[in-house]
Design a protein around this ligand. Sequence first.
Ligand code: SIN
Length: 190
Amino acid sequence: MLDTTALNQQRNFFEGHAAIWLFGYGSLIWKADFAYLERRPAYIHGWERRFWQGSHDHRGTPEAPGRVATLIRAKDSICHGMAYRIAPEVLAPLDVREKNGYLREKVPLTFMDEKGNGTEQSEGLIYLASDDNPAFLGDAPLDEIAQQIANAHGPSGPNRDYLVNLAVALRELGAKDAHIFALEQQLSQF
Ligand code: SIN
């Protein structure tokens, strides 16, 4: 299985910074099992969330992979999530958590105020699983994606929980995400 841990340790875009912003758009929104100094709802521009990344190590197995979130480029779209201000040391265990195909990328992010409007901007990090990583599954009919999610289980638990927790967290953020909410609806059939 691919392991991006060592590659990510070389992707040190914030050398010398005492704290950096990490933007979570998938499980990092609802499973923040790492130390953070502060967290703020935020979005990134030019991206859309998709359940197109295979999961062999968390929500599935090598024989029966699950599906988890990644991002695709979409010029006029925004993707909502949660930004965490973290000490750079926190990235080491996150590199291990995200090792199945995700690479650190530097992106501009925009923080949200209480009324849901974009406020100031900052540079941040995302973990991105691009279409050239070996665990990438890509697009499929929505009902097939939902069925795969309904059937998959891995060391971190049922794949279904990942999707449901994400949909709940996005609603709490007041975020619209057609792909996620349509998938959640499809999942309820299985
Ligand atoms: C993220 O949540 O930002 C990355 C993908 C994941 O860990 O689910």
